[in-house]
Design a protein around this ligand. Structure first.
Ligand code: NDP
Ligand code: GDR
Length: 331
């Protein structure tokens, strides 16, 4: 059986990727950090066959130890401080986990394989945030980077160090430049989930308004369950390369609000939304739209879930969850 090690297994993508790898017959090992991490229970419930190993991207020995136990054929580095808004307030930690963490795990592979890095295939979770103040649209693998946040800067380092280890040590290292992808498992801090959860609570009379930042920015949003297939496909190719993964469609936060509120029968949402300066960022990424032609042609990858279906799926899941919670607040 092939063996895979996944950092960030407790996150949105870690859960979908873990499920995919188990379904494909892998022995899956997940790296979890911290003492008594409450998200571990979700992994145990959804993917009980995953073996959990202690480790932290800020701690090289723990990464070497995890690789020695798991003996993986493939490593997926999904762990990161991933919330762009927080990255200004915890810039140093973001650089350490999201940026330096990539170097540490590559070094852990180099040490554990005694320099024969090509023995372990490596996936780095890079991001469309690297394009930032975009130089061209749509964005492709060759569009120059101009990150706009400490998070974007840290991911740009992670991307280039992945490319550098491929070129320096013959590592089978791929960087997936993924555009925003969402699901009912998305954290509440990200705008899609904040909106769909807020809309569900408005529908159930649990809150009146949703406080948001910039309503004009535009994102290329897809479904996380589709995107993890592209991660796996990248590591099955003959050559390690970098790929943009995106839908090629872009929508504003206002359009997101239109679709989410329409699902509960509200056409004019203005009285339910307030702009709160606390959620406006010091520097914004105004517009992202990805060109995933290379992923389509080489990986045979296409997104399956449309933007409207994605947001409706998330509103429906939040309605069910909030209804259950209001009936039984203990959980
Ligand atoms: P989440 O925020 O849901 O998950 C992040 C994961 O990183 C969690 O499992 C978290 O574990 C883990 N983590 C945080 N700090 C550390 C650390 N010091 N050591 C080890 N693990 C740590 O992110 P997503 O699942 O949405 O994203 C997965 C990856 O893809 C991230 O790297 C993200 O930056 C990147 N990405 C995401 C996109 C998206 O739209 N979702 C788009 C492009 C890239 P814990 O339980 O300990 O908090
Ligand atoms: P993003 O996602 O920064 O693109 O990073 P997020 O959902 O946080 O923001 C998207 C856009 O919405 C605007 N916005 C708000 N955002 C949040 N979180 N909360 C608000 O109240 C709010 N109001 C408006 C933001 O300004 C922004 O323009 C995500 C993360 O998953 C990264 O890890 C990943 O790399 C990128 O997607 C691709």
């Amino acid at each position: 059986m092939p063996r895979a090690l996944v950092t960030g297994i407790t996150g949105q993508d870690g859960l979908y990727l873990g499920e995919l790898l188990v379904a494909k017959g892998y022995d899956v090992y997940g790296v979890v950090r911290g003492q008594n991490n409450p998200k571990v229970r979700t992994v145990e419930r959804l993917i009980p066959s995953v073996e959990l190993l202690e480790g932290d991207l800020t701690d090289l020995p723990s990464l070497i130890g995890a690789i020695e136990i798991a003996q993986p054929d493939e490593i997926y580095n999904l762990g990161a401080l991933s919330f762009v808004g927080l990255s200004w307030r915890q810039a140093e930690l973001t650089a350490d986990v999201t940026g330096m963490g990539v170097l540490r795990i590559l070094e852990a592979i180099r040490i554990a394989t005694q320099g024969d890095m090509s023995r372990i295939r490596f996936y780095q979770a890079s991001s469309s945030e690297m394009f930032g103040k975009v130089r061209e649209s749509p964005q492709t693998e060759s569009t120059p980077f101009h990150p706009r946040s400490p998070y974007g800067a840290a991911k740009t380092f992670g991307h280039y160090i992945t490319v550098n280890y491929r070129e320096s040590y013959d590592a089978f290292a791929c960087s997936g430049i993924l555009f925003n992808h969402e699901s009912p498992r998305r954290g509440h801090e990200f705008v899609t989930r904040k909106v769909t959860r807020g809309v569900a609570r408005v529908a159930l009379g649990l809150q009146e308004t949703i406080a948001l930042g910039n309503l004009e920015s535009k994102r290329d949003w897809g479904f996380a369950g589709d995107y993890v297939h592209a991660m796996w496909q990248m590591l099955q190719q003959d050559e390690p390369e970098d790929y943009v993964v995106a839908t090629g469609e872009t929508h504003s936060i206002s359009e997101l609000l239109d679709i989410a509120f329409a699902r509960i029968g509200v056409t004019d949402w203005t009285k339910h939304v307030e702009v709160d300066q606390r959620f406006v960022r010091p520097a914004e990424v105004d517009y992202l739209c990805g060109d995933a032609t290379k992923a389509r042609e080489k990986l045979d990858w296409t997104p399956k879930v449309s933007f409207t279906d994605l947001i409706e799926m998330m509103v429906d899941a939040d309605l069910e969850r909030e209804r259950k919670l209001s009936e039984n607040p203990e959980g």
